[in-house]
Design a protein around this ligand. Structure first.
Ligand code: TYD
Length: 396
């Protein structure tokens, strides 16, 4: 039988991202897996080949906090204001509410949050938000429907692309979304990922990197339709899709047609595009390694900034470990004093500035480049430089 997918990228052996290593476990063997990326020829969906269960990835030790960046908080606030002004929903449900950065902008009585990582969900529960420490499934949707009734707005940022069983996700959404309700989904954009050679958008949690065309195809099955698309500067370029039940969409916003045109112009529907991307990724690896080697040859001190899940892919793919990077700085408490997966680089607490003896900083959190460069103006003015791998590995 002819294969209906094309495996276009092999990112080598990778550990699970977001599984930061405790000091006492440094000697233990880490589990690794082959990270390969594929393009489904019919649906146009791009996904990783080997997936892990949600229970493996999202548990009581999950370190990610959406409130860690001003960029994210500002973005949630801006969207919340837009929702209040234009959509004026009654009940709001968020899938993947994390530490409450979005729901906190609304009246507690109106919001329901779903967050499977109990350690993170506790943050909102303690503040008396109506949140559930559960995975988003049809069973949960039925339970919530019984207790709270239908909802008028469902929002989910950087979460749907983490769930393997999309059929269950959208069936659950259809169970609880009112007939005139709005669904807003936000995830990294495949077009921007390819354009920026941001191969680190692929790791075990990012099962899918959606394009408009792939999501449109998928949603058809569930009688859902995208009526507006916003391009966001978030996470290296994201798309925010505004969706309704098909019979409620009278007209498409021009942004939908523009996005479709852009994606087709870039040939996101063709395998050859992915083949070219894979070649660019290989070149990117060579270039990044040569930058690190050159800095080390000149006895420069390099540290990392933002121990992101994304950077786990880059560091492991390029073989950049603690012999190149002395340590990472990160503001997330749950990552501090731990070591990066696979490459075992110490993560230190960010205490407001970069040490004077640092020459180069590898920007793991390149998706917050603007915010970070603004914050580190003193380091830059005193001659400090940043290393970034996207869109091309270079020194800033
Ligand atoms: P992020 O890119 O949001 O996610 P992912 O892990 O999904 O790739 O992670 C950003 C990380 O960078 C997070 O651990 C917090 C850290 N960070 C800083 O340490 N300082 C900063 O100024 C910013 C913006 C982020």
């Amino acid at each position: 039988m002819k294969k209906n997918y094309y495996n276009f990228l092999d990112l080598g052996e990778q550990p699970l991202a977001n599984f930061y290593i405790k000091k006492k476990d440094l000697g233990k063997k880490e589990k690794k897996y082959k990270l390969k990326i594929r393009f489904e020829l019919n649906s146009k969906l791009v996904s990783i080949e080997k997936t892990f269960s949600s229970k493996t990835m999202f548990n009581n030790e999950y370190p990610y906090r959406s409130s860690m960046s001003k960029t994210m908080k500002d973005s949630f606030l801006k969207l919340s204001n837009e929702i209040k002004k234009r959509i004026k929903p009654g009940k709001i449900l968020e899938i993947g509410s994390n530490d409450g950065s979005f729901i906190k902008n609304f009246n507690k009585k109106k919001t329901i949050g779903i967050e499977p990582c109990a350690n993170v969900e506790k943050i909102t529960k303690d503040k008396k938000f109506n949140t559930y420490p559960s995975y988003w499934t049809q069973d949960l949707a039925k339970k919530i429907l019984k207790k709270h009734g239908e909802v008028d707005l469902i929002y989910s940022a950087n979460t749907i692309s983490h769930i393997k069983n999309l059929d269950d996700v959208f069936k659950a959404i259809n169970l609880i979304l009112s007939s005139k309700g709005t669904l807003i989904i936000e995830d990294p954009s495949l077009l921007e990922c390819l354009k920026g050679n941001a191969y680190d958008q692929f790791y075990n949690e990012h099962i899918y990197v959606f394009s408009y065309i792939a999501l449109k195809n998928l949603l058809k099955k569930y009688n859902l339709k995208i009526y507006k698309v916003d391009n966001l500067d978030i996470h290296g370029g994201s798309l925010r899709y505004f969706i309704k039940k098909i019979d409620q969409v009278k007209m498409l916003h021009e942004s939908v047609l523009i996005q479709e045109k852009r994606e087709l112009k870039y040939r996101l529907n063709l395998s050859s595009t992915y083949k070219k991307f894979a070649l660019r990724v290989k070149n990117s690896k060579k270039k990044l390694i040569s930058i690190f080697k050159k800095c080390k040859k000149n006895n420069k001190k390099i540290i990392g900034y933002g121990a992101t899940a994304k950077s786990v892919t880059v560091l492991n793919y390029c073989g950049i470990d603690s012999s190149y990077i002395d340590y990472f700085l990160d503001t997330t408490l749950d990552k501090q004093k731990k070591y990066t997966p696979g490459t075992k680089i110490l993560i230190r607490k960010y205490s407001g500035s970069i040490d004077n003896d640092v020459d180069y900083v590898f920007l793991g959190a390149w998706n917050f480049k603007k915010e970070i460069l603004k914050k580190e103006i003193k380091f830059i003015k005193s001659g400090g430089k940043f290393i970034i791998h996207t869109p091309e590995p270079r020194i800033l």
